[in-house]
Design a protein around this ligand. Sequence first.
Ligand code: ADP
Ligand code: MG
Length: 399
Amino acid sequence: MLDNASPRQVWEAALGELQIQVNRPNYETWLRRTVALGHDDGKFTVGVPNTFVAEYLDRNQRSLIEKVLTGLLHREVRVGFRVEPGSGGVGAERGGRAAAAPPQQGSLPLFNPKYTFDSFVTGRSNQFACAAAAAVAEKPGQAYNPLFVYGGPGLGKTHLLQAIGHQAAANDLKVIYVSAEQYTNDLMNALRERATAEFYQKYRSVDMLLVDDVQFFSGKQKTAENFFHTFDELHNAGRQIAMTSDRPPQAIPLLPEGLRSRFEWGLITEVQPPDFETRLAILQEKASEDRFDLNGDVLDFLARQIQHNVRVLEGSLNRVIAYARLVRAAVTPQLAAHAIRDIGGNGALTPAVTATSIVEAVARHFQMSPADVVGKRRDKEAITARRLAMYLVRQHTGS
Ligand code: ADP
Ligand code: MG
């Protein structure tokens, strides 16, 4: 059904699929900033921001991407990756020093170009955390040191941390952003390769150290102690440290006491689930980033359905957009409900879903017979129903 779609439309639909199939850090790092460059007789060309990404995708994601494209286009597709410097999307090229630095083994200092203060929507749930982050970005080492942001998954902690990084890098500060897990891996590698001097040089020479998800240090005594020293060295030198965690310091088990108390030295601030108005504003922001016009009813519906996680909220919006492009029909809240059914509040679809049961459900929804859905009726209703059924069958049965 995408046979007549432009490469751009196809790739957008493919990204919608891929976002569901790969984990989020992967998607953010490798796929988000890609664009379609062309499609010629089964050869699909994807533009990527740099050779590093091209090589990674070529090596690790090629077969998955080809599978998704093949599914969408109903023909064998081979994919090629080409460096297209413009494809970094907004802000990719002006991310400042740290953002432009070539990624090194063991750490990925690439900031997500979308994670800026400008694109962060504030409301009661997060305005204090956002103001604190902005103060730290403006006056590193002076406002609050360290800054500790905690809250549940998908509530914008990484977004805020990277927003700090973007701004500091734009002010020519030397910034490192790592997850606590990357820091741990980096340290382990350094120890194994007897390269601890480089490790210290790297982490202790920065103006700002941003560490995501420090709850990961729990129970990792060696790394936690090492981080303790890095922390002290930077802090004593007046360098800024900012961290995130899924819980407040006192709730992180198995952490050296000294490290826990250091986490509490500066400012501790929480991000909470956004209220309805903020969720709606976030959806509007995302839809306009994607330049996609969705009916207000649909945004309203999504904002009501998904309440506790902005990542899921965003994922549902992407699904609805990909879906709208596939079926080329105006999206109503009912159709949106179909598109997000298995990620919405109602839990996963049961594995008993089959092509037949989908066709029956779609037929019921459109008040026609299953034969009309799969048959030759060419009127608008039947075609929409057919496309919806095909979409759902592909999503839920893998056929
Ligand atoms: P966390 O690190 O807390 O798990 P993330 O920072 O990764 O969450 O956020 C998940 C997704 O939701 C990201 O794409 C982020 O841009 C988006 N997001 C979260 N909160 C907001 C917000 N207040 N405004 C805009 N986007 C947000
Ligand atoms: Mg995060």
